[in-house]
Structure formats: C-alpha cells, structure tokens
Write a new protein. Structure first.
Length: 351
C-alpha cells in the first residue's frame, strides 16, 4: 500500500479538478502558494488589510472544507475500485486454491492478472471435464483433461462411428490416469473418448449428415464432395476436434480407428511421428505402417499442414465389442507410451 498511497492522492486531486469547483480553488491556491506565496496572491487580489483578513479566513475555511473533501475522495477511491485501476496482488502459487468464501468478482473488478485464467490455483491432478461440441443430432462431444503442463497430448477415439473399440479403451485410460497423477505432471493430457457420437449410435462411418469426418479437415489436399463435405469443417463434430487442437496446441495426437477388414491393423503416422509410432509399437503386436495421407483427413491436416506428429492407430478389426478391461490389457501400455513420449514407458516400470 505504500506505493498506492501517492497514486491514490494524485488520482483523487485529479478527479476533483475535473468535477469539484471548490476543491479546484484549493488546488490552484496550493500551487500558487508554493510558487509566488499565498500572501502575494492575497495582496494582489485583495488590497485592503480587512479584505485580506476576510480573504484569509475564507481561504482557510475553503482549505479546511477542501481537505475534508479531498480526504473523503481519497478514502472513497480506496473503497471504490476504478475499472481502469490495476491492483497488484501476489501471483498464485502452485497448489493455492481460492477459498470457498472468496467473493465473486464481477467484470468491473476484473484485473489483468486474471486473464488468461490460471489453472495454478486449482488442483491440476483432478480431471477437468468439458463439453467442446455438439453433434448434428444434439449429442455432447466431451473431453477430459489431466494436468496443465506444456507437453500436451491429445488422444481421441471413434471419429468413424462404426470403429468404436477406441471409446472403451480411452475411457479406461481416463480411469487409469485418475489413479496416476504423476503421469500428468508437466503434461496436459486431453482425452476425447467419443468424437462421433451420432455415428457410433447409428453404427455408421460418417456423422448423421453422412459426412466422413476424417475427410472434412482444411488440409491442402481437401476435396469437397457429398462424402467429404461441401467445405472443410462443415460438420460440428470435425469443428469440435479442430477447436481442441487450436486451443491446446498438442505436441502429439493419437486418433484411434479400426480397419475395414481383418489383418491390416497398423500404427499409421503423419508429420514427424515415425519415432512416436516406433515407441508405441514396442508395447503391442501392431506394426508401424505408413499408409499415405488421405484427402482432408485429420492426419493430413494435423501432420502435414500443421506439422504435429499424429498417429492413426488402426486396432485389429476383431477387437470390436471387447470390453474396456480386455482392451486395456492388450493396448493400454501402447497408449501410455504415447502419453509419456519421448520418455520410454520402461522408465515407469512396475505398472
Ligand atoms: Zn477409420
């Protein structure tokens, strides 16, 4: 508050100059007194001694009145927060939480330090659920996020509605991460267990408009068609994924599919993702295979256009219908290897 005192006084006088005539006189008189002397000022304006005494009394009363007014304004200015005023508060430290009794701060009291919101005051080990979009038929598209670090990994499943084994697998990963907050330290792990809820409900590849969401991205090779969409990002489901990438700037992405036929499961990759694919393949009997970039696919957009390492994981066709536990036993470590990359999963031995 030592630094704030003079500022508030200056602010109070400046405000009075603009709005209060009586205090305006005091302010001008004070400036003259410090320069040419009050006596000289009075002699110039009031030549007779009687008039000088009267003027002195008048000015003294004015000064007293003005001082009280100034003090009132100064006190008031400490109570009413000017919207332009920047009140410095100590930065929140990791682990700090806002007390439950803290008053709600309205927009007029928002301070620069509040934006963008800092998750440091929250317990980052707790997953954060968020609705990031809505399908054509109104179903929610949701993410759950662990951690607040710079190393962001985005894992999504079932962008093709009838390739849905990834959904219980990612839900299982979510449950596992709840019990392992150490894995989200320094990381931000964003999970989207179900990217195409209408397609999954109807067991169709595309969404309810019949659009293949994995051909609906603004990659350089996007081709408009009745199957790919009239324009890139024409569908709410593809926009939800796009928005997550825009906000989180992931350093790696894993999109989980199943191939159309048996025996062609693979870890496909786009962008600088070959070593990530190799790291994942150490933990499952699925080969690394480069299939090439499909027009307007998420792999083309994220990997080629944005340069983000992205894995298109084609789980075996046969695992469709497996429960989460069985899927986790078979493929959990492969996903964890993507989470911890470039740290090898062996550094977390014991799991
Ligand atoms: Zn697919």
């Amino acid at each position: 508050m030592r630094a704030a005192g003079p500022w508030l006084l200056t602010k109070g006088v400046a405000r009075m100059d603009a709005t209060m005539t009586r205090t305006h006189v005091l302010t001008r008189g004070g400036r003259l007194g410090s320069g040419g002397g009050v006596g000289g000022f009075l002699r110039t304006r009031h030549p007779s001694p009687f008039a000088q005494v009267r003027a002195t009394r008048s000015l003294a009363v004015t000064a007293l009145y003005g001082s009280v007014a100034a003090l009132t304004v100064v006190l008031a200015s400490t109570a009413c927060v000017d919207p332009q005023q920047k009140k410095i508060e100590p930065r929140p430290r990791a682990g700090d939480r806002r007390p439950a009794t803290a008053p709600h701060r309205g927009p007029g009291r928002m301070k620069a330090i509040d934006a963008p919101p800092s998750y440091a005051r929250y317990d980052v080990s707790m997953p954060r659920h968020e609705r990031v979009g809505t399908s054509v038929k109104g179903r929610p598209i949701e993410t759950v996020t662990f951690g607040n670090g710079h190393d962001c990994v985005f894992i999504l499943a079932t962008i093709h509605g009838d390739e849905d084994a990834g959904t219980p697998l990612v839900e299982r990963l979510r449950d596992y991460l709840r019990s392992r907050p150490d894995l989200s330290r320094g990381r931000r792990i964003v999970l989207m267990p179900l990217a195409n809820p209408d397609g999954m409900a109807e067991q169709t590849r595309g969404n309810s408009n019949g659009i293949d969401l994995n051909r609906n991205y603004p990659a350089g090779n996007f081709r408009a068609s009745s199957r790919n969409g009239d324009a890139a990002l024409s569908e709410p489901e593809s926009r939800a994924i796009y928005d997550v990438i825009e906000r989180c700037h992931p350093r790696r992405i894993v999109s989980i599919h199943q191939p159309l036929r048996s025996g062609v499961e693979c870890i496909d990759h786009d962008g600088p993702a070959e070593s990530l694919a190799e790291a994942m393949s150490l933990h499952a009997d699925i080969p690394v295979r480069k299939l090439g970039s499909r027009p307007g696919s998420l792999g083309s957009y994220a990997g080629v256009t944005l340069g983000i390492p992205i894995i298109t994981l084609e789980l075996p066709r046969e695992v469709k219908g497996w429960d989460g536990r069985r899927l986790w036993d078979a493929f959990g470590n492969m996903l964890l290897a993507a989470v911890t990359y470039p740290e090898p999963l062996t550094a977390l031995a014991g799991e």
